[in-house]
Each structure stands twice: as C-alpha cells, then as structure tokens.
Design a protein around this ligand. Structure first.
Ligand code: BEZ
Length: 209
C-alpha cells in the first residue's frame, strides 16, 4: 500500500522494545517520527539509532516521539540496543517495533523488492497529533538519513500550522517565511501586522516574532 501526505497513518498494534503499543493511542497528542531500518546489527542503522537517541531532548522539545522499526524480533532489537548504547555513547529509550513477519513494513510500503524482499528500506513518516501523515521520505539502504533535516521539517510543519505560512528552501527557524499565494494582500496585512515584503506578487516574505 502506498501512503500519501494527508492520509491517516494506518493504525497497528505491535510488540516493541518498550512493550506492546497501538500506534494511535501510543502517540496521543504527540507528533511521531516513524522510521524504518533494514536490519538490526548493521552499521548505518546503528549510527541512526544512536543519533535518534542523542537527539531525544530535541524531539521532546518539539513534542515528537521517535518510533523505530526493523523486520527483526524484540529479542534481537534488545540485544542490538546494547550495542547501540555501547558504540554510540547513548542510552536509547524510544521504542523499536518488531516486525519479523513484515506486516507493518508492508502496510507502510517499506519493502522495496529491488532493494530486498525481506528488509525494509529507510522510510520516514512524520505523523501529526491528528494521525495524519505530514511528510514521507525514502532513503536507500546505503544512505544514512540527515537528522538535521528531520528536525527542520518538523519545525517547518509546526511553524506552518501555527502561523499559516510556508518556508523557503533551506529555511531554518528564525529566518523569513513565505506568505502562501492563497492569502490575499488584504488578508496578509491583517494576519501579518509586522508587514511583509513583496518581491513578486506571488513571492511575499515576512518575519515571525
Ligand atoms: C546498514 O544499516 O549498515 C546497511 C544495511 C543494509 C545495507 C547496507 C547497509
């Protein structure tokens, strides 16, 4: 099944390293960073798991719960987490879904047969508190993900939700944002009393406080 931005993230119940979870009740009022890995005890995955654990505070500040997945068992995950902690200098606390029968990986289209029939590619789903998929990314097995980008996307989505804006290329929090073309100049004057710059009628920027 192919999932799109705006779809409801399919609910599932699964065994994880933190016990049984059911996605929609586990996520509660939080955002979810749901990300898949080809396999336990693999080098790229080990660094990604370590990085996610290192960024725990940054995810928490943004009300985001990380949730990993690979197509191995809870027992294997738990053994591997010890290696992650040891080699990456972290204490990994977020849950990792066990999916040895590939049920969830298939549900989320994480199995790309030209890469592997049994191991998930590196998928990312950013899911909002209403259980809507807000971002999907798919990386090949050989490429570790950019976690600055994952946090940046969350910042952009949350700022967009709050302020009704869009963000330009390579935007970072604090930089100018874009007023969407669907907002008229009149509405923009009301919504952004701090003013805005019109570079072209379709390209208007403003500063957020
Ligand atoms: C890794 O996580 O290190 C990895 C997994 C599958 C293929 C290549 C690298």
């Amino acid at each position: 099944m192919s999932l799109h931005i705006g779809d409801t993230a399919p609910n599932f119940a699964a065994a994880t390293t933190a016990g049984e979870i059911e996605l929609h009740s586990w996520s509660g009022d939080s955002w979810v960073f749901f990300f898949s890995h080809p396999a336990d005890f693999t080098p790229v995955c080990t660094t990604e798991m370590g990085m996610t654990a290192k960024l725990a505070e940054k995810f928490e500040q943004r009300n985001v719960k990380p949730l990993g997945l690979s197509t191995d068992t809870v027992e294997e995950h738990c053994k591997w987490v010890k290696d992650v902690d040891e080699t990456q200098g972290v204490t990994l606390r977020f849950p990792i879904v066990a999916d040895p029968d590939l049920k969830i990986a298939r549900l989320y289209d994480m199995i790309h047969p030209d890469e592997s029939e049994t191991a998930a590619v590196r998928s990312v789903f950013i899911i909002d508190p209403q259980n809507k998929i807000r971002l999907t990314m798919t990386y090949p097995m050989s490429v570790g993900r950019n976690f600055d980008e994952i946090l940046r996307v969350v910042d952009s989505l949350q700022t967009g939700d709050r302020a009704g804006i869009a963000t330009p290329a390579n935007w970072k929090p604090g930089e100018d944002v874009i007023i969407p073309p669907s907002v008229s100049d009149e509405e923009a004057r009301e919504k952004f009393p701090q003013g805005f710059e019109t570079i072209k009628p379709y390209l208007r920027t403003t500063k957020l406080g």
